[in-house]
Ligand binder design. Structure first.
Ligand code: NAD
Length: 316
């Protein structure tokens, strides 16, 4: 792929942070930013363009939907924030209206092999909605899912053990939300299963309680950050950049993106989007991997799937 063109729809805190991260990487060489607030997109493009002498050459512009022609990936971060007193369902209804208009506008220009990457929350339900609405191969509609949550879990385990987070292998799977599941049974540190590593770590914590607590920190992370500064955007921007690199460089990376689940866990999870470890290449999601989860984890993953199933029913 010589020309690697990415369009970001939604230039708020998350969209602009993705643009800033992408700008500093070599993977993307054409970046288009679309927002209903055209001044914001134009202002960001000017600001970013002024740093172009410090990064690899790329084109960048504030655009419109016809710029989606020739794009390899369209990233959607557009949405509205939760109003005080508003329920999750009411928020979902407002974001569905926005997604209706976005998918209608983008559909005429979307290339046959383009990938759509959804970031807006609730990301699993909205990825499912985009997949159904566009009617394209499910491999090509991906949600950022629990890539961020997995990164957060790696980071807190790394902090706790004093090991480089890049040597911690773990997955957070299921919903990107309260019902997500930390798959400790398939977590390793330097190739050693975490249960064995804990025995030799000599930090003398209560292993099980400490692991549960680490996952609580991950689940609570977004609430904590939002309470302190209103939104989360830097780590998700790095997570999205990692997904873009896998898509545009055909990396075949294992990432916990949100993907279409036709029928998993002996038919207990069907026809929803949620995150499992997936092989991600230039064609999108190549396949889902099935590590050996514990029985308890499988029960939790199935329960997480039911949560999303109910949300999807509420919009159908
Ligand atoms: P924000 O309010 O700062 O930005 C939203 C942007 O969308 C605004 O610039 C707005 O003008 C734009 N927009 C609204 N309607 C539009 C439309 N029809 N077309 C084009 N643009 C439109 O919000 P944010 O902090 O950037 O968050 C964006 C979304 O990302 C939220 O749903 C948030 O929950 C989600 N998020 C997801 C993850 C994840 O891991 N999946 C992490 C953090 C945030």
């Amino acid at each position: 792929m010589n020309n690697r063109k990415v369009v970001i729809i939604g230039d708020g805190m998350v969209g602009s942070s993705i643009a800033f991260t992408v700008l500093q990487d070599e993977t993307v060489n054409e970046l288009i930013i679309i927002d209903v607030n055209k001044d914001k997109a134009q202002g960001d493009v000017l600001d970013l363009a002024h740093g172009m002498c410090f990064v690899s050459p790329k084109k960048i512009k504030a655009g419109d939907y016809d710029d989606i022609k020739d794009a390899h990936v369209v990233v959607i971060t557009a949405g509205v924030a939760q109003r005080p007193g508003e329920t999750r369902l009411q928020l979902l209804e407002r974001n569905i209206k926005i997604f209706d208009s976005i998918t209608n506008s983008m559909k005429p220009y979307l290339e046959d092999d383009a990938i759509v990457l959804v970031v807006t929350n609730p990301v699993d339900v909205l990825s499912y909605y985009v997949y159904k609405k566009l009617g394209i191969d499910s491999k090509r509609v991906i949600g950022s899912g629990t890539v961020l949550d997995t990164a957060r879990l790696k980071s807190v385990i790394a902090d706790h053990t004093g090991i480089d987070p890049r040597n911690v292998h773990t997955f957070v799977v299921g919903e990107h939300g309260d019902s997500e599941v930390a798959a400790y049974s398939v977590t390793t540190i330097g190739g050693i299963p975490i249960s064995e590593y804990c025995n030799s770590c000599k930090k003398c914590c209560d292993k099980r309680l400490e692991l549960l607590n680490l996952h609580h920190v991950v689940k609570d992370a977004a609430y904590q950050i939002i309470a302190k500064k209103g939104a989360t955007y830097y780590a998700v921007a790095l997570a999205v950049n990692q997904i873009l690199k896998a898509l545009l460089n055909n990396y075949h990376s294992v990432l916990t993106v949100s993907t279409y689940i036709q029928n998993e866990f002996d038919g207990q999870v069907r026809d929803i989007y949620f995150s499992l470890p997936c092989v991600v290449s230039s064609r999108g999601v190549e396949k889902i991997l099935h590590p050996s989860y514990s029985k308890d984890e499988v029960d939790q993953i199935v329960k997480s799937g039911k949560t999303i199933e109910n949300e999807i029913k509420s919009i159908s």
